[in-house]
Ligand binder design. Structure first.
Ligand SMILES: CC(C)(COP(=O)(O)OP(=O)(O)OC[C@H]1O[C@@H](n2cnc3c(N)ncnc32)[C@H](O)[C@@H]1OP(=O)(O)O)[C@@H](O)C(=O)NCCC(=O)NCCS
Length: 164
């Protein structure tokens, strides 16, 4: 499957993308926020079928994946992404998140989406806010950082009608 943004194409994760993504994900500037993106992890994600490779100008730039709560009472979806260091800070993250958000609303029928960056990942938070996400609150000691320290996360959500 392919989802088209203004500047990115999101292509279903395929085995031939895995070595490049493992290289990009192993960079310390990515791993400090999302550790463990290696070939075994990516092959597990390939099998799960909910991940897309981010392609920009024909180059593999990163990965985005989504997850869904399908219980009708609590139905929503969330997403996680990374861009390799050379692809950061160029607006590609905003286009990627917006493209995935539109897919989850229009094709998967979700009315509410969530995302949960580290509370001090200011670039990620700014990127998500540009798409329409709003802070819900701090989740204390939410994630274990690569140094083994439990750190806070920020939950953000957006309703379908608020997508920018
Ligand atoms: C987080 C990430 C997906 C964002 O994508 P991106 O393409 O770099 O972000 P964009 O360029 O679309 O937008 C970033 C915004 O944050 C701003 N920004 C950058 N660094 C910032 C900082 N230190 N503090 C505050 N804002 C910052 C930029 O100016 C831009 O806002 P603007 O358009 O209003 O100027 C990407 O940087 C990334 O993958 N980083 C490493 C891994 C990671 O953090 N993943 C997220 C895990 S939840």
């Amino acid at each position: 499957m392919e989802l088209h943004g203004d500047r990115v194409v999101l292509r279903s994760l395929a085995e031939e993308h895995v070595p490049v993504l493992a290289d990009l994900g192993g960079d310390p500037e990515v791993a400090r926020w999302w550790a463990g993106i290696d070939q075994p992890y990516l092959l597990e994600e390939l099998a799960a079928g909910l991940s897309f490779t981010i392609v920009a100008d024909g180059e593999i730039a990163g990965m985005i994946q989504y997850y869904e709560e399908l219980d009708p009472e609590f139905r929503h979806a969330g997403m996680d992404l990374f861009l390799g260091t050379p692809f950061q800070d160029r607006g590609l993250g905003t286009d990627t998140v917006r493209t995935m958000a539109r897919y989850l609303v229009r094709e998967r029928g979700h009315h509410r989406l969530i995302i949960d960056p580290a509370a001090d990942n200011e670039r990620a938070i700014r990127c998500y806010e540009k798409v329409g996400f709003r802070p819900v609150g701090i989740m204390r000691e939410y994630w274990l950082d690569p140094d083994g320290v439990q750190r806070d996360g920020l939950l953000l959500d957006v309703l379908a009608s608020e997508l920018a």
